[in-house]
Each structure stands twice: as structure tokens, then as C-alpha cells.
Design a binder for this molecule. Structure first.
Ligand SMILES: *Cc1c(COP(=O)(O)O)cnc(C)c1O
Length: 404
């Protein structure tokens, strides 16, 4: 039986050669390759500053620090996201206020975000919290699966309620959103700070890694300093021959710098990022075409004013039309040799959030309904025709076997 993994990284001789070059260079940690990677990343996105770090989680953490978050303040996050988006808020003993997603894009529902912000302004209870609580410091929209959230509406809300817009763009590279005036805007250019992930299965990888981009020089400087022990600017230069040994600690920073070994992979992945995107886009189109006539499943929806990076290909099965549930469906695909995943169980259903904020089923009905039906199918550059056919045939076979 053919086996199809959920993911296989796309690594070519170019990445391998670049890493070998770094290994031979005598400079392994943050240095010239990281500088180059940052410059090329900023240039590619059309933003002024890019700060390389060792994960997207680190980038989100540094972003909140840079916008000056304080203990007890509030940050709006979607409940339909990965752990990282909200845990970084907890690092500051601040409060993640969860918001439901829209049924079509699975991104944060901006109408509900507005309702939540208005409740806060009126001093009402917000999820698990009674006033007094701190001010709303930030909102973190997540671009689910690679499709940009409603960034125009998010910007309006952030301006009106005077909070920072930090984007979790872990699923994006590249991605585009069209404004009402018809302008196409690139991912990275719409938020105050936008955070990317280079985890192994993301659109481009450095094994582990991340990037925070911004047009705000103050934010960029602060994130750079805090990413390396709070050392005054460009401390990595201190090991250059002729460079000064002197540095000052200006804050108790973190250890989030990206190595040159990782940046070497990043430089070559970035160079291939459009080609990788084209391949994912064409694979996604093939899936959507193959499943178009199947009423028991729903293919991902992309707005006409969006271009998705296609990090994920999540289908939603109509469990009312089948005799098996989502978990059993995944088992059936597993028996046919297919690796899948679930993105995600909503945050508010996890024990930590239930126990800390008293959240439970029923509070975010859209995210809950999506969670019960969603399955991510294999989608990665290098997925062969035969492999994709096997996924399609098997999915349709499970449906015809178990349909009511
Ligand atoms: C993967 C992911 C992250 C975390 O990225 P790391 O680089 O692993 O820290 C954050 N947010 C979302 C939505 C993700 O999918």
C-alpha cells in the first residue's frame, strides 16, 4: 500500500551547500548569514526591518514586549489558533481574550472582535475576567492556513481602540490581501509587527526559526536588543576581529537569536519561496477540483480578494451525512496509509484555558463546529501526482463507504 506522509520538507542541494559553506566559514551563530537573511527577507516583503529569531513564538513574545505590554492588560486573540498565539500573552501575566472565527475563512471574526472590544470599553466581564482589568494592548489576528485575516477591519479596530496590531503570520509566505480601493497588499506590510515561522513544516523552513518584521524602527531596535540578553545594539559584532569587547545590558532580555546555520537554510528557502508557493497552489487547486462534486465534504474557501500561501489544505467533513465521526475518518485514512493532522482544537477547550478562565464548550460555537469536522490533508511541495491521487481516491473511498 502506498504511504503518504502528512509532510515532507523540500530541501535541495542549494540549502545543503549554503549550510556547508557556513560550517566551513568558522562562524556558526548569529553573524553575516543572519544579517543577509534579514535584509533579503525585508526586501522580499517590502518592509523596513526584519529581526531574525529562533521561532515565531519568540517573535510574538518580543512583539508584545516591544509594544509595552504590562501585567493584567488584555490582548485579543482568536480561539481558533495554535498554542503560541496566546501563551505569549500569559508570559507577561496579561490576559488573552479569545474571539470566535468566521465559518468561511476560519480567521478571527472582526464583528465579534468589535463586540468584545465594546464590552471591555463598557467595563463588562470578559471571558473569565471581571473589571478592573488593564487596557487592551494589542490584537493578534492569525492568518489561518495562509489566507490573510480581515486586516483592514483589524486596523480600523486597532486605531479606534488604540491598541497595537501584531499579526501571527506563521502560515504565510507569501500571501496577499486586496483592500477596498483595489490595492493588493503583501503579507508583512499591514500590521505594526508581523511574525513568521520557519518551523519544519511551514511555507519555508530553517528547521526552527522565525522573523518579526516592522516598519517601526523603535520596535525593531527593541526586539533586536531583547532577542539577545538585552545587550546594546549589534552585540554579535563583539567577536569580529577589531570589534570592541564592550557591551552594556540595558534590559533583562531573552536568548532568541537565530544561528547562521539556520539562516543559511533560510536564505536558500527564501530564494525558492515563490516556486514553493506555486507548487502548493497548484496542488491545492487539484484537490479542490477533485472534491468539487462531493457533497459530504467542504473544501477550503478563499475570498476573491485574497491570495493564500496554501500552508494547509483542510477539508471539513459533513459528519451528519456520515456514519463515522472526524476521529474515525482520520483512522480510516491512516489505514489507507495517509498521514493527516487537525488544525486545531480551539484554545478555549484546552485544560489550561478551561481551568484558568473557566471556558467551556458552547462559548465559541463556530470554532467548536469547525473543530469537530476538520482534517488537514497532505499538502507540500514535492507531493507527487501518484501520492496526491492516492489521497484523493482514499478520501472519496472513506466517504462512499461510510455515507448515510
Ligand atoms: C507554527 C505556529 C506558530 C509557532 O511557530 P514556531 O516557529 O514553532 O514558534 C505560531 N502560530 C501559528 C498559527 C502556528 O501555526
Amino acid at each position: 500500500m502506498m504511504k503518504v506522509p502528512f509532510f515532507r520538507p523540500s530541501i535541495t542541494e542549494a540549502e545543503i551547500d549554503e549550510v556547508v559553506d557556513t560550517l566551513r566559514s568558522g562562524w556558526l551563530t548569529t553573524g553575516p548569514k543572519t544579517k543577509k537573511f534579514e535584509q533579503q527577507f525585508a526586501e522580499k516583503l517590502g518592509v523596513k526591518h526584519a529581526v531574525a529569531v529562533n521561532s515565531c513564538t519568540a517573535a510574538l513574545h518580543l512583539s508584545l514586549e516591544a509594544v509595552g505590554i504590562q501585567r493584567g492588560e488584555l490582548v485579543l486573540v482568536p480561539t481558533y489558533t495554535f498554542a503560541a498565539t496566546a501563551e505569549v500573552v500569559r508570559y507577561f501575566d496579561a490576559i488573552p481574550v479569545m474571539v470566535d472565527c468566521t465559518d468561511d475563512t476560519l480567521c478571527m471574526d472582526m464583528d465579534k472582535a468589535r463586540e468584545t472590544l465594546e464590552s471591555i470599553r463598557n467595563g463588562k466581564d470578559v471571558v473569565g475576567h471581571r473589571p478592573p482589568y488593564g487596557r487592551v494592548r494589542a490584537m493578534i489576528p492569525v492568518h489561518y492556513g495562509g489566507q490573510m485575516a480581515d486586516v483592514d477591519e483589524a486596523r480600523k479596530l486597532c486605531d479606534e481602540f488604540k491598541c497595537a496590531m501584531i499579526e501571527d503570520a506563521a502560515h504565510c509566505l507569501p500571501a496577499f490581501a486586496q483592500s477596498d480601493d483595489g490595492d493588493w497588499r503583501k503579507i508583512g506590510t499591514t500590521g505594526d509587527i508581523v511574525c513568521f515561522s520557519f518551523y519544519a513544516n511551514k511555507c519555508m523552513t530553517t528547521g526552527e526559526g522565525g522573523m518579526a518584521v516592522t516598519n517601526n524602527a523603535e520596535y525593531a531596535d527593541r526586539m533586536r536588543v531583547m532577542s539577545l540578553h538585552g545587550m546594546s545594539k549589534d552585540a554579535w559584532r563583539r567577536f569580529d576581529t577589531g570589534a570592541s569587547w564592550y557591551y552594556e545590558i540595558v534590559a533583562p532580555g531573552f536568548k532568541y537569536n537565530l544561528t547562521d546555520i539556520a539562516s543559511a537554510i533560510g536564505i536558500q528557502q527564501l530564494a525558492r519561496s515563490d516556486a514553493l508557493w506555486e507548487e502548493r497552489t497548484s496542488l491545492a487547486a487539484k484537490y479542490s477540483k477533485a472534491f468539487a462534486e462531493c457533497p459530504q465534504l467542504r473544501t477550503p474557501f478563499v475570498r476573491s480578494d485574497r491570495k493564500s500561501s496554501w500552508h494547509l489544505y483542510p477539508i471539513r467533513i459533513d459528519t451528519n451525512a456520515l456514519t463515522i465521526d472526524r476521529g474515525q475518518f482520520i483512522e480510516e485514512l491512516g489505514k489507507r496509509g495517509i498521514g493527516t493532522s487537525v488544525h486545531w482544537m480551539p484554545l478555549h477547550l484546552h485544560p489550561y484555558y478551561r481551568e484558568t478562565y473557566g471556558t467551556s464548550r458552547g462559548m465559541y460555537p463556530v470554532a467548536e463546529a469547525v473543530y469537530d469536522q476538520i482534517i488537514s490533508l497532505p499538502l507540500f511541495p514535492g507531493l507527487t501526482n501518484d501520492e496526491q491521487k492516492h489521497v484523493i481516491v482514499s478520501t472519496l473511498d472513506v466517504i462512499s463507504t461510510y455515507k448515510k
